[in-house]
Design a protein around this ligand. Structure first.
Ligand SMILES: [Mg+2]
Ligand SMILES: [Zn+2]
Length: 196
């Protein structure tokens, strides 16, 4: 039995956009993140993070810091009775970094690799799933994975992204939302009612 998911970008979406998170303490939730995740999971949808984290490849922080930061994310959510079904990150960069991190991968958004892997590992029906993010890379990953739809947030880089891509965009979000709360309300209104 497959179920639908809502894929969430991390920085600028669930968490404040603060530049590179080079220490776990820099990670801070958006105020409406716990309630938004609770609403998604209460509907039987999986809540899954998909995040590009090329900072290690760029040498801005050690590789192990990515997973330390995600342990803090899980802890911050747990304090508010919220949880995620999975966290996927792409540590690669196509042009910089040591061997292993410097490569053209399928997982770096706008590639679909993280969404495809999550679908295999969590039994997700991509065609009924959505993505929420603050950049056109998030929207592009959703399109590439064949999702039902994509929401672009005006939080994080969102406002600037809309300006930058207004003239020429090969992908465009289905919904533009001011807040994560609004984004999740749009998704829950569109996705079929799920039964676990
Ligand atoms: Mg982002
Ligand atoms: Zn990758």
């Amino acid at each position: 039995m497959t179920r639908a998911a809502v894929f969430f970008d991390r920085d600028g979406t669930l968490c404040r956009e603060v530049g590179y998170v080079n220490h776990p303490d820099r990670l801070a939730l958006m105020p409406d993140t716990p309630a938004a995740l609770r609403a998604v999971r209460a509907r039987g949808l999986a809540a899954i993070v998909v995040t590009n984290q090329a900072g290690a490849a760029r040498g801005y922080f050690p590789f192990h810091l990515i997973e330390e930061t995600h342990r803090r994310l899980v802890d911050l959510l747990a304090r508010e009775d919220a949880a995620l079904d999975g966290i996927y990150y792409c540590p690669h960069h196509p042009d910089v970094g040591p061997p292993g991190l410097r490569r053209r991968c399928r997982c770096r958004k706008p590639g679909p690799g993280m969404l495809e892997r999550a679908a295999r590992e969590h039994g997700i029906d991509l065609a009924r799933s959505w993505i929420v993010g603050d950049t056109f890379k998030d929207v592009g990953a959703g399109r590439a994975a064949g999702l039902a739809g994509a929401v672009l947030l005006r939080t994080g880089y969102g406002r600037g992204e809309l300006v930058k891509h207004a003239a020429c965009a090969d992908v465009w979000p289905d919904v533009v939302a001011d807040t994560l709360t609004d984004a999740v309300a749009h998704v829950l209104a569109r996705v079929g009612r799920e039964h676990g």
